[in-house]
Design a protein around this ligand. Structure first.
Ligand SMILES: Cc1cc2nc3c(=O)[nH]c(=O)nc-3n(C[C@H](O)[C@H](O)[C@H](O)COP(=O)(O)OP(=O)(O)OC[C@H]3O[C@@H](n4cnc5c(N)ncnc54)[C@H](O)[C@@H]3O)c2cc1C
Length: 416
């Protein structure tokens, strides 16, 4: 039989019987104190903080595919905390503060690079919205500043600020502490940290059912590797949350959409920062390998397909070529998609559910990578104490009943 390097890696991840025992996934135990569903960054961070800060080490993270193979390994890694509403500022700033020391905390280089995130304004509405963000953020002690087109070009030299451009740049909001990190390193760093604290991380183990006792409380999960008893389940399965919560009889206010990204051929450094254009749905930074990392928009229709429509990426490339004419002749190397789950107010849901022992962390939409450390940290506290962490408290499922929404969509039109 012939193997490619990818099939070898996949078999190693699949616990192929021919591989040394230390490379195989552990068999799940019959019972755990807590089970986390989904080994993305959020699930792994939750397990890590449960073990490190709350002493819960008899826990398992169950993953239907491979570690970090969901949105965590597919995103464009933009990190920032310049959101509008106080609730959002609190959680994303909590995350940025954890990002700043994460490599030391995990003893793993997550390549956090605070190179600045610049958000372009193309019309009067953008200018008003971004200036509002700048003022709100500064009142909250979060850095954000307004740049003229000339200052924006000084910060990012390849930017086209011609007034004749198809999408003229009328100014920009800059968060200097924003930036990028290496997504798979984040998953692996948290996984290694959790593993060292005794957490079982079990790949190729899909959760297919949620068991409840006579009182309706959580009693365990059914999986493709057998049933597991537990009294606490944390669901962190971006894009597929509704499917899993339906196993416990809960209907979630979520829709799942494909979201795409792509990378160019590698070139010498030209892009010193992250540039976002919410109005035209284009996001770009440059990886350490030299590829331009480009984020596109979501599809217009709900779907579980991890591909997405071609016209969405071509629109983004049109815009990137116009904003950065120097990139016009670049070849694109590859593109891919992920499935994001989106709430009606484009803000996450973190907390308890009406089913005792069942907790959920979802709805991060197009912007949850940046939240990974903060999300895992507050979700772990919520699960361990069975009460919402103060930063997570506003993000309840309950808000869709009471109407106390956190409407970042209306505030920014996008939540990357
Ligand atoms: C193209 C793209 C670009 C993005 N760009 C950015 C960005 O620039 N900045 C930003 O902040 N965010 C961005 N995001 C969003 C970000 O990627 C996500 O919000 C974040 O990674 C979600 O992390 P997670 O750990 O919750 O989910 P995931 O990494 O998706 O992990 C969930 C895991 O659950 C597993 N799972 C599902 N069902 C089951 C089951 N039944 N049993 C067991 N396991 C199951 C999945 O296989 C998956 O591995 C982007 C997303 C995409 C797709």
């Amino acid at each position: 039989m012939r193997f490619s390097i990818f099939s070898l890696a996949r078999q190693a991840l699949a616990g192929h019987s021919g591989w040394p025992a230390q490379w195989r996934d552990p068999a799940p135990k019959a019972s755990y104190d807590a089970v986390i569903v989904g080994a993305g960054g959020h699930g792994l961070a939750t397990a890590y903080y449960l073990a490190r800060e709350h002493g819960l080490t008899n826990i398992a993270v169950l993953e239907k595919g491979w570690l970090g193979g969901g949105n965590t390994g597919r995103n464009t890694t933009i990190i920032r905390s310049n959101y509008l509403w106080e609730e959002s500022e609190a959680i994303y700033e909590h995350a940025v503060k954890l990002w700043e020391t994460l490599a030391q905390e995990l003893n793993y280089n997550v390549m956090y690079s605070p190179r600045g995130v610049m958000m372009l304004a193309h019309n009067v509405h953008d200018i008003q919205i971004f200036k509002r963000h700048v003022h709100a953020n500064r009142l909250a002690g979060i850095d954000n500043e307004w740049l003229t087109p000339e200052q924006a070009k000084e910060f990012c030299p390849p930017l086209n600020i011609s007034r004749e451009a198809r999408y003229p740049v009328l100014g920009a909001a800059l968060q200097r502490r924003g930036g990028v990190a290496r997504h798979d390193a984040v998953a692996w760093g948290y996984a290694r940290g959790a593993d060292r604290l005794g957490v079982d991380i079990i790949q190729n183990c899909e959760v297919t059912g949620i068991r409840r006792d006579a009182a309706g409380a959580v009693a365990g999960v059914d999986t493709t590797r057998g049933p597991i008893a537990t009294r606490k389940i944390g669901v962190v399965a971006a894009g597929h949350t509704s499917v899993i919560m339906a196993m416990a009889g809960l209907r979630m206010p979520l829709e799942s959409y494909p979201l795409q990204a792509l990378v160019s051929e590698p070139i010498k450094p030209i892009m010193p920062c992250v540039v976002m254009s919410n109005t035209i749905h284009a996001y770009v930074s440059q990886s350490d390998k030299g590829e331009l990392v480009i984020g596109a928009g979501t599809d217009a229709y709900v779907s579980y397909s991890q591909t997405g429509a071609l016209h969405v990426t071509t629109h983004t490339l049109d815009a990137i070529s116009d904003l950065f004419p120097v990139t016009r002749r670049l070849k694109m190397l590859r593109n891919w998609g992920g499935i994001v789950d989106v709430t009606p107010d484009r803000s996450p849901i973190i907390g308890r559910t009406p089913v005792p022992g069942l907790y959920v962390n979802c709805g991060w939409g197009t912007g949850g990578f940046k939240a990974t450390p903060g999300s895992g940290h507050v979700f772990a506290a919520t699960i361990a104490r069975d009460e919402p962490h103060p930063i997570a408290a506003p993000f309840t499922l309950e808000r869709f009943r009471t109407g106390r929404l956190i409407d970042e969509a209306a505030a920014a039109a996008v939540a990357h």
